[in-house]
Design a protein around this ligand. Sequence first.
Ligand code: BGC
Length: 716
Amino acid sequence: MDRIAQLIAAMTLEEKIGQLTMASGGYAVTGPEVSADVSGDVRAGRVGALLNLWGAEAVRAIQRTAVAESRLGIPLLIGLDVLHGHRIIFPIPLGEACAFDPELWAATARAAAAEAARDGVSMVFAPMLDVARDPRWGRISEGAGEDPFVVGEFARAKVRGFQGEDLALPDAVAATAKHFCAYGAALAGRDYASADVSERTLREVYLPPFAAAIEAGCAAVMPAFMDLSGIPMTAHHALLRGWLRGERGFEGVIVSDYNAIAELLRHGVAENLCEAAALALAAGVDIDMMSDGFRNGLPLALAEGRVSMEDINAGVRRVLTLKQRLGLFDDAFRRKGGGDGREPAKAAAVSARELARAAAQRSIVVLTNDGVLPLPAGLGKIAVIGPLADARREMDGPWAMAADRDDCVTILEGLKGALPGTEIVFAEGVAIDGEEESGIAAALEICRGADVVLLCLGEAAAMSGEAASRAGLGLPGRQEALAWAAFSLGKPVVALLSSGRPLTLPWLFERASAAVATWFLGTEAGNAIADVLTGRFNPVGRLPVTWPRAVGQIPIFYAARPSGRPFDPIDPYTSKYLDCSVEPQFYFGHGLSYGRFALSNLAALQQCVGFDDVIRLSVDVVNEGSIEGEATVFCFARDVVASVVRPVLELKRFAKIALGAGERDVLDFAFPAAELSFPGLDLQPRFEPGAFEFSVGFTADPKELMTIRLLAVAGI
Ligand code: BGC
C-alpha cells in the first residue's frame, strides 16, 4: 500500500471530509491570522486546506498544528488569490496581456510564486482563463481578453511560471485554472449571472484555454459560480467529469469557488446541503471552499446512498496526491513561510520590482497620438490633473491582497522622477466618483502657462474585478466635466486612462491630443508611465480586446461569424446600427508605437496543405521610423467555405519582432494544418478540404490585412 492509501485506510469519515474542506484564515489588526475555531478544526482533522492566509509566522504556526497536533499529521494546503503578483504587484492580467509576450507572462508568475511561497502559500487561485467579450463584466480585468488562442497561450505561460520545473520545489505553487467555464459570458455582463452558450461556442471559444492549462500540467481547476445553460458549474457532471476528467484526462484537484456548493440551493437545484454536497461531489468537485456543504451534507448523503465511499476516497486521494506533489509530506515547512522565516532576499525583491517596471511598460497601450508623445525634452511646465494622477492606493487594481498599497509609485511621482528639470504642477480637480465639481476651477488655474496638460482619468481599483460590473462604461462621477474643461484651454491634452476594462469615450479619443490605456499597472505604475510618456520606452502594448465605441455594441469581438448581409453603407438592409457605427473604437491588436512599421511580401511555403503538414508563412517587416521599436504581428485564418459558418478571422499565431530604425527582417509563422480543424456538424473535430485565407497584420482591422489563399486537401 502506498502512503496515501495507508492514510486513507486509517481515516475516519470526518477526517476524510476534512481533507475535502477549505476554511478561511481570518484577519487581525496585525495581519492575517487563524481563529481559534479554525485552529481547533485543523487539530481535529476537520479542515485540510485554508485560504486567505499568508505570512511566515501565521502559516508556520497553523501548519505545525496540522502536522504535530492532528491525529494523522497531514499538512495543510494554503491557497490564495495571486492574480498579478503577491507583495510586488504586476499589471492586471488584461494589461499584461497587451504585451503579447508569453515569456513575460511566465516570468511575472514565477516571481509572484516565489514571493507567495516565501509567505507559506502552496496554491494560487490563478490563472483566470475566462475569455471575456463584454467589458461591462468587471472580471474582464482578471484575464487575457477576448481571444481563445491568446488566453490559451496565457494559460500555458502562467501555469509554467507558477508551478516551475517541479511542484515540490520550495518556490513552486500549484496553479488553479479558473473559472471553469464560460463565466465571461455572464448575461448582460452582470457578475454571477447565468450564461447560455452553445456547445459549439463552448468547444471553440471557452474550453480551449482550459485544455491548454491542463496540457501544461495545471494542478487544479475551479468551477465558476454561475449556471451554464441551466446547470450550475459546481454541479456540472458533463463538463467536470465528462470533459475535464474524461475527455482531457485531468487528474488534479477540483476546488469549488467560495461558498458555491451552498449556493446550489439558491440556484434551485438542491433543496438542502445534503443534496448540494452530493451533486457537487458526484459532478467531480474535490474541495469545498467555504460553504460547509461537504462537512454538513456528505455524512447524510453517504448514509442515504446519494454518494459512495469510493467517490469520497477518490477526492481525498486527489487532494493528498497534490499535497504529496507539493512536497508537503516530506517537509510541510519547505516553503520559506514554514521554514526558517528569513526575510525575502533583498536581491529577489529588487529584481521583482525591476520586472514589475518592465511588465508595466509593456502593458501600456498608446491608443491615439497626434504627435504630442513622446513629450519633447526641455518642456518648461506640465500640468497634471485628475483623480488618478496621485492615487497611490488605486494603482494596484483589483486582487492585490498581500500588497502594501502604499508602496506604489503614482503617475505624478513617476513624472517628477523622470523630468527633474520640468516644473510639474498637480491638482486633482474632481474625485473619481461623486458629484462634486468645485475643484475644477483650481485645476484649470494650475494649467496656466503649462506646455501640456496630462489628464489622469478612469476608474477606482474596486470598479473592476469580482462583483464590479458596470452598465455604463463612461467615466464615473464628474471626470467628464473636468476633461471638457481641460480641452477648453486649447492646449495639448494627453489623457491617461486607468481602468480595469475598455471605457467607451469616443468624444475623448476625438478631442485629446493623445490617449493612453494604462490599466492598473501595479507597484511600478508611475515609473512605467513616465518611461512611455518621455519616450524612454517605445510603447509595445497592443489590445487583447476589441474596444467598443458604445455599450450598445457589446458583446463585440473580432472573431464574429459573417452575416448573410454584411454591413454595406449603401444598402439599408444590412447588419448595422441606425445610431452607431458597426466598427469598434479600436480593433483587437491596436496600439501605437513611436515608430512606424510596415509589412510586405506575405508568402506561403506551400500552395496546398494536408492534415499532417505544417503551414509555413513568411512576411517582411520593416521599421520605417527613426527609432528602434518592436512590432507585434498577428496571423489569422479563415475557412472560406465550410459545413458550418466559420468566423471571419481566427487568430492562429502572434509574433513580436524588434527592429532598429530602417531595419528589415523576415518573420515566419509555422503551425500545424491540423489546427484548421473545427467542430463539424456533429461537433466532432473536422478538417475540411478547400480554400483557406491567411491574413497577416498589426490588428484585426480587415481593411489593413494582407491575405493569401491556400488549399487544404484531405491528404497528400
Ligand atoms: C472568486 C474566486 C476566488 C475565490 C477565493 C471567489 O469569490 O470568484 O475567483 O479565487 O473567491 O478568494
